[in-house]
Ligand binder design. Sequence first.
Ligand SMILES: O=C(CO)[C@@H](O)[C@H](O)COP(=O)(O)O
Ligand SMILES: [Co+2]
Length: 227
Amino acid sequence: MAQINPSILSADFARLADEARAVEGADWLHVDVMDNHFVPNLTLGVPVVESLRKATDIPLDCHLMIEDPDRWAPAYVDAGAGSVTFHVEAAAAPVRLAREIRAKGARASMALKPATPIEPYEDLLPELDMVLVMTVEPGFGGQAFLDVTLPKIRRTRKLIERHGLSLWLQVDGGVSTATIERCAEAGADVFVAGSAVYGADDPAAAVAALREQAERAGHPTSPTTSG
Ligand SMILES: O=C(CO)[C@@H](O)[C@H](O)COP(=O)(O)O
Ligand SMILES: [Co+2]
């Protein structure tokens, strides 16, 4: 089944608990952590993740857009994240970091900015539970989807298949009813959507519509779309 992860970056930060509950049919809640160094924007950190964990039953998918994730990522597992994504461009020791995240009980995920190729990191795939291919430059919600990332989604799906792995392949940035089919056809099976969900009159209905569209277009061999 295709998974839809609403990004709270597009939610009302003064009402985060309510905003989390507004999408309770969603698979994961995507939490964008930005440090104003790795990206030119600042959002939230460990205490907010701890509070969100208490406020909702949806598992938390923390996307760390921060420098030195080797140092900070484990604290997000302790705070209650079920999945922690670090940017490979920022990680000093990605294998060690992925192992540490998994050893602490969360899913480990590696993100790639639009211009970062997957091929140099092929050997890391068995250490991971998910790869995130960014479909906009990280830092802000509401940006236009970058079509130039579609070939990388396809190549990443092929590498996952070649290695016989059941990794999830997440896309994040500009995902909407206008772009989700292209992502699903290319092989993505986990879809982050911020403005397309929280900008809708009925966020829960927007999640359901996106999921249905992704499943119809889904790549036949991706583990989450083939049942
Ligand atoms: O990580 C990021 C942005 O850096 C995302 O998770 C955005 O929050 C997605 O927002 P939309 O592009 O869907 O509005
Ligand atoms: Co994100």
